[in-house]
Design a protein around this ligand. Structure first.
Ligand SMILES: C[S@@+](CC[C@H](N)C(=O)[O-])C[C@H]1O[C@@H](n2cnc3c(N)ncnc32)[C@H](O)[C@@H]1O
Length: 310
């Protein structure tokens, strides 16, 4: 079957950005060849059955509980591994990017040619989204920053930007200290729990600051109100989310319905976008962008974009 390669044209379709901009960002930060083939009807049916089986029988961790143990263990392993190594995009790759044999793209299943396809496509998407929303921003604070991969990308893309990362796992702060030493720039790390609002007081967040979350509010399930209150208390210039957004799936599509059920089964972010929409209707915030990104691993799509301001 025919092999395809993702190009600037596809990224333009994924992000709604101009082809020329996508091409420029891909020239500045060239990804490896992003090759794949579309699955035929029989293969797709088999993948749909596999997703159903995992949802029925799999031991899936459910998000939304106030327990950081899994993340402390995971980021502790990464921090140990990094002790004698340079921090790079590859050494920061989280363990959960296992190299999905099947991904979702433009409403169908595809088979990537390389095991790092999902991660690599995600990096291009992140760079394009950062280019669209964070250019010219003085300070970016990422909540739930994990290994700090997004802060490393930002440090390459915007050499002047002041960077702050927070996570409830203290190991994440250790990785950021190493990153700051290596990159010889200020990258602050703090401990903060988005479920309870405990930890860093957010004193550097001001009207020149963008707040960002990437696959982190996803972990709050329906328990995002404390974090929403925290954002209201600090009123940054811009809030940018790259997250799986339940409300963006097409209720009429079976392909989407499977991802929706997976999202709910994992207890991922629920109700937050509807909350923002309600607030926007009464003038309490302005939604600058609400865009589904039709790409994901086998189970769901985690790169949708919501940008808003007070
Ligand atoms: C899927 S990872 C994403 C990490 C990083 N943003 C990235 O793009 O690679 C989710 C992150 O959210 C953090 N997290 C989950 N629940 C949290 C909470 N209640 N407060 C703060 N961080 C949390 C985890 O420790 C983890 O680092």
């Amino acid at each position: 079957m025919m092999t395809n390669q993702l190009t600037a044209v596809d990224f333009s379709r994924l992000t709604s950005r101009a082809e020329g901009i996508c091409a420029q960002v891909m020239r500045d930060f060239p990804p490896p060849p992003l090759c794949y083939r579309a699955l035929d009807a029989t293969e797709s049916e088999r993948m749909a059955e596999e997703v159903e089986r995992v949802m029925r029988e799999g031991e899936l961790r459910v998000s939304g509980h106030n327990d950081a143990a899994v993340w402390e263990r995971g980021w502790g392993e990464v921090a140990d591994h990094l002790k004698n190594q340079e921090i790079t995009i590859d050494t920061l790759r989280p363990q959960y990017f296992r190299g999905e044999a099947t991904c979702r793209l433009f409403g169908r299943y595809i088979r990537p040619a390389s095991s790092s396809f999902e991660y690599d496509v995600g990096l291009v998407l992140r760079r394009l989204i950062f280019d669209e929303f964070l250019k010219g921003i003085e300070t970016t604070v990422e909540f739930g920053c994990g290994t700090g991969i997004n802060l490393l990308l930002l440090s390459q893309q915007f050499p002047e930007m002041r960077l702050v990362g927070t996570d409830w796992a203290p190991q994440s702060r250790d990785i950021l200290s190493q990153m700051a030493r290596q990159e010889q720039r200020s990258i602050e790390g703090h401990v903060f729990n988005m479920l309870t609002g405990e930890g860093w007081a957010g004193d550097t967040i001001d009207r020149g600051t963008a707040v960002m979350t990437v696959h982190a509010m996803e972990q709050l399930g329906p328990n995002w109100q404390r974090f929403a209150d925290y954002l209201d208390a600090h009123r940054p210039r811009l809030v940018l989310h790259i997250e799986p957004i339940l409300e963006f799936y097409d209720q009429q599509s079976l392909f989407d319905e499977r991802a929706r059920r997976y999202h709910l089964r994992r207890g991922y972010l629920n109700g937050y976008y509807s909350h923002l929409e309600k607030r926007a209707q009464v003038g309490q915030c302005e939604i600058l962008c609400a865009k589904r990104t039709s790409f994901g691993g086998l189970f769901h799509e985690a790169y949708s974009v919501v940008a808003w301001r007070h």
